[in-house]
Design a protein around this ligand. Structure first.
Ligand SMILES: [Zn+2]
Length: 256
C-alpha cells in the first residue's frame, strides 16, 4: 500500500474548519477478510470513512459533502494516517444528527449493521447476539428492518444483503425465500449459498465468507480523532495553483 507524504486537506461543510486526512495512492486486496454482513477488512487497502466527525465543531458529515481544498506540504515525518473512522456509538449519533435519506441512509445503516456485529455478531472477538443488551438489540433490529425496507427490489446485491439481514434477525424462512430468487449464474451465487447453509442451520451469527471455520478475530472500528490543519484556505489554494502552473510549465518544456 502506498500512502502519500502529502495529506488531503478537507473542509467541514458545517464550520469550514480544515483537517488532515490520509491520502492513499494505491492499495491491494491481499489478506482481505470478507464477512457475511458485507464488512471487508483489507489491511493493504485503507480508505477514508464515508461518515466523518469534524475535529473542530464535533458535528458529523458525509465525506462526499466535504470539499477537498488541497494537499499539505510533503512531510514524511508526519504522514497522516487518519481515515476518520468512527466507532459504533458515534455512528449512532451520526444517524440521529444527519437523518439522511436515499443512498446515504442505506450506506450509514449498513455501517451500523457492521458496527453492531463488531460487538455482538457472535464471531471470534464478539459476544453472541443473544448476549446483546436489550436496547442494543432493539436498535439493531429496527435499523436492519428499516434497511430491508429501503432496499426492497433494489438490486441483486441488496437482495443478498437483505437475506443476510433476515438471517441475522433470526428470520430464516424469509432469508431462504429471498435466496431462492438469486440466479445460479450470478457472480455472488456461491456466497449466497453459504448464507443459505447458515440459515438452514438456524445460525444467525456473522461468519467469514469462503472460510466459515476461520479463527479470525473481528476487530471493532476504532475512532480516529482528526487533526486540524492550521494553514489558511487561501494559502493552500495559492500553493495548489502555483503547483498546477509549475506542472503545466514542465509539460510545455517537454514538448519543445
Ligand atoms: Zn466543523
Amino acid at each position: 500500500m502506498l500512502i502519500s507524504d502529502q495529506s488531503k486537506i478537507l473542509k467541514c461543510p458545517h464550520c469550514g474548519a480544515l483537517r488532515y486526512m490520509i491520502n492513499v495512492l494505491s492499495g491491494n486486496s491481499m489478506g482481505a477478510v470478507r464477512w457475511s454482513d458485507t464488512k471487508v477488512e483489507a489491511p493493504m487497502m485503507l480508505s477514508s470513512s464515508s461518515v466523518l466527525r469534524c475535529p473542530a465543531c464535533k458535528r458529523y458529515h458525509f465525506y462526499s459533502d466535504s470539499e477537498l481544498v488541497g494537499l499539505s506540504e510533503p512531510d514524511w515525518e508526519r504522514t497522516c494516517r487518519d481515515c476518520g473512522t468512527l466507532s459504533y456509538q458515534s455512528l449512532k449519533k451520526a444517524l440521529a444528527q444527519l437523518q439522511p435519506y436515499g443512498d446515504k441512509e442505506k450506506m450509514l445503516r449498513m455501517m451500523l449493521v457492521n458496527g453492531y456485529n463488531d460487538w455482538y455478531g457472535g464471531c471470534l472477538g464478539t459476544r453472541q447476539p443473544s448476549e446483546a443488551p436489550a436496547e442494543e438489540r432493539t436498535y439493531f433490529e429496527q435499523n436492519a428492518r428499516r434497511l430491508i425496507e429501503l432496499v426492497a427490489d433494489d438490486s441483486l446485491e441488496w437482495m443478498f444483503v437483505s437475506a443476510e439481514l433476515h438471517r441475522e434477525l433470526g428470520e430464516f424462512e424469509q432469508a431462504i425465500s429471498l435466496l431462492d430468487r438469486i440466479p445460479k449464474d450470478w457472480f455472488l451465487f456461491s456466497m449466497a449459498e453459504q448464507i443459505r447453509h447458515h440459515a438452514e442451520q438456524h445460525d444467525c451469527r456473522v461468519f467469514i465468507l469462503d472460510n466459515p471455520e476461520s479463527q479470525y478475530r473481528r476487530i471493532p472500528a476504532k475512532e480516529c480523532e482528526g487533526e486540524i490543519c492550521q494553514e489558511s484556505e487561501e494559502s493552500i489554494r495559492d500553493r495548489m495553483r502555483i503547483e498546477r502552473e509549475r506542472v503545466a510549465f514542465d509539460e510545455d518544456d517537454d514538448l519543445i
